[in-house]
Design a protein around this ligand. Sequence first.
Ligand code: F6P
Length: 369
Amino acid sequence: MPSTGAIRVHNRHPLQGPQTEDKGCGMRLGVLTGGGDCPGLNAAIRGVVRKAERDHGDEIVGFLDGWRGVIEGDTMPLDISALRGTLPRGGTILGTSRVHPWMQDDGVERIERTLAEKEIDALVVIGGEGTLSCASRLHDDGVANLVGVPKTIDNDIGATEMTFGFMTAVDIVTEAIDRLHTTAESHDRVMVVEVMGRHVGHIATWAGIAGGATITLIPEEPFDVQEVADALRRRHARGRFASIVVVAEGARPAPGSIVVPEPEIDVYGHEVLGGIGSIVAREIEQRTGFETRVTVLGHVQRGGTPSAFDRVLCTWYGVAATEAVHDGDFGIMVALRDAKVVRVPLAQAVGELKLVEPDLWKVAKTFFA
Ligand code: F6P
């Protein structure tokens, strides 16, 4: 991958600690976490810091609350000791927000000012589609030297096979479904489980397969609620009186099916989702007469410790992002492809939404009622 940005290196940081790949000079490296939090953010920061400090003698600056910290110059120092004990911790020690540079007239100028004042040579931006789109635009406009790291439980970023946080969310939802099976069976009930996934149904599809869902509804496939009700009736007619219906929060009825209210838009321009599970549960109960309950898993899916898989992926991404910075390879995002971490252009990564793989969706449907 060719270098896409000029690299300024401040050659004044004394090397500290053991070094394995001494490049002879330290950089001032900024790190931020933006957008919704997810398990593994601290593990990713730790990967960046470990590689940067130990192998390159970098000085690392943490920006607080995503782009807000860069706009306002709000920082904390980061070093290996500051990250001790954070590998298994959920959330992000840097804080996060959905604030972006174009929410205010002088946002980009303020970013330029902060980066100059704090003498930041490059920024590692850990975020989802919104945060990385900002990074891509700032790169294109020549504002900063940036490298992206893909995080989001939604797993909807194109150009990578996996964002971190996703597999942990799948584990959490699968455990919830396992628990709902036993209570559903005890009461002969239909349990509707609403999970995250605003544009795509990766969590719903994976956890639906892993948890043995009776039916799964995803944004990619508008649903007919009468077909759902009919399928549940057929299942009961076969002597199965408990069912699990997994619904992604972004799932929508097909035209001509039921009408649902249009979601409100929040201050960041995002649709406020949530509630489709209750609508589906109500319709199922009315159309079948089967007692139905709804569970909305919500932010439980984003909280707590990352799985072993995510800890490894985050660490790999973090180390790889620092390597890209020291290669002067900017305007890229680290990505998982064919079980390897590679570099892809940021513009490509944020330009395409990753939908559920059709072959996997067919597998999920094989087990529907
Ligand atoms: O980060 C992605 C996501 O978890 C979506 O799945 C969900 O719709 C959204 O964030 C919720 O955002 P908030 O934390 O602002 O309620």
